[in-house]
Design a protein around this ligand. Structure first.
Ligand code: OAD
Length: 264
C-alpha cells in the first residue's frame, strides 16, 4: 500500500536487498555503455516525467490542490469524507491528462523499449501518457484514470473526457463509483507489483525518472530489489534515493532522455 517514508529516515531494507552503494555518481558515458550492453532494463517513472507535458507534480510547487494535500484526497478516508470533492479533483485531472500530450521523455522511453531485449516500464502515474507514447511492457502500479468502478458491485465504467458526472457517484447497488486507481492505504495490483519486482531484480540497468521516491512500495523498486544493477536517476533535483544511485543526471526527462536514447 502506498505510504510515505520521510526522506531522512533510512529506507526500509528488503531482506536480500543491496548492501548499499558508494554514493559516487558516475557520468552519462558510463550510463551509455551500461545501456548498450544491457540485456534487461527496468524503468520507474513518477509525475516529473509528465511535468514536461504540462501536468503538475504532487510535491513541491503546485503540489496542493485548492489547499488540499494529495494524501487527504487520494485515500479511502478522503473519499468517504467527501466523494464529490475527490471526484471533482479526479475529473479535473482526467481532463488535464486528455488535453496533455506525451513529452519527448515519454517517447524516448518507448523508443528505448525497441532497443532492449527485456524492457519493463513501471509507472506511478495514472495519466496514460506512457501508453499513448507507445510503451508496451507497461505496469501501471497505481492504476489509471481510464475507468471508474463501483465500491459495492465492482461494475466498471469507462471514463470519457468529462470524467464521472458528480450526480452519478452513488451507484444503484448502494455502492459508490470510484476511480480505478490505488489510494494511500490500499494494496497495489498484485500482478503488476509481482511483475515489477521481478523485472527490477533481473535488470542490468535501472532508470529512475521524475519521482521523489518517497511513496512506498513503488520507491523500493529503485534500489531494494537488485544490488548489481547500474541505477541512474534522471531528475532536476536530488531525491530521497540520490545518495544511493550510481549516476544522477540533473535535468528534465524531456531534456535528458532523448539524447541518451539517440546516443545508443
Ligand atoms: P512527486 O511530486 O513526489 O515528485 C516529482 C519528482 O519529479 C520530483 O522529484 C521533481 O524534482 C521531479 N521533476 C519535476 N519536473 C521534472 C521533469 N521535467 N523531469 C524529471 N523530473 C522532474 O511525484 P511522484 O514521485 O510521482 O500516488 O509521487 C509518487 C506518488 O505520490 C504518486 O503516484 C501519487 C502521489 O501521491 C498516489 O496518489 C497513490
Amino acid at each position: 500500500m502506498p505510504s510515505i517514508e520521510r526522506a531522512r529516515k533510512p529506507l526500509r531494507q528488503i531482506p536480500g536487498g543491496p548492501a548499499g552503494r558508494s554514493g559516487e555518481a558516475g557520468g552519462v558515458e558510463e550510463l551509455l555503455s551500461r545501456l548498450r550492453a544491457a540485456r534487461s532494463v527496468f524503468v520507474l517513472t513518477g509525475s516529473g516525467i509528465s511535468s514536461d507535458s504540462g501536468l503538475p507534480t504532487f510535491r513541491g510547487a503546485g503540489g496542493l490542490w485548492r489547499d488540499e494535500r494529495v494524501e487527504e484526497l487520494a485515500s479511502p478516508e478522503g473519499f468517504a469524507r467527501d466523494p464529490v470533492l475527490v471526484w471533482t479533483w479526479y475529473n479535473e485531472r482526467n481532463a488535464a491528462h486528455r488535453r496533455a500530450n506525451p513529452s519527448a521523455g515519454h517517447y524516448a522511453l518507448a523508443a528505448l523499449e525497441d532497443r532492449v531485449p527485456d524492457f519493463t516500464l513501471a509507472t506511478q502515474n495514472v495519466d496514460s501518457l506512457h501508453k499513448r507514447a507507445g510503451s508496451r511492457n507497461l505496469l501501471e502500479l497505481h492504476g489509471n484514470l481510464r475507468e471508474a468502478r463501483c465500491t459495492g458491485c465492482s461494475q466498471r465504467r469507462t471514463l470519457d473526457a468529462l470524467g464521472l458526472p458528480l450526480s452519478e457517484i452513488e451507484h444503484a447497488c448502494g455502492g459508490r463509483m470510484r476511480p480505478d486507481i490505488v489510494w494511500f492505504g490500499e494494496a497495489l495490483p498484485r500482478d503488476a507489483w509481482e511483475a515489477a519486482t521481478a523485472a527490477a531484480a533481473r535488470a542490468d540497468v535501472i532508470l529512475v525518472v521524475g519521482t521523489s521516491a518517497v511513496v512506498y512500495p513503488a520507491a523500493a523498486l529503485a534500489t531494494h530489489y537488485n544490488a548489481g544493477a547500474f541505477v541512474a536517476e534522471i531528475n532536476p533535483e536530488a531525491t530521497a534515493i540520490s545518495e544511493r544511485v550510481d549516476c544522477a543526471l540533473r535535468g528534465t526527462a524531456a531534456g535528458v532522455l532523448p539524447s541518451i536514447v539517440q546516443s545508443l
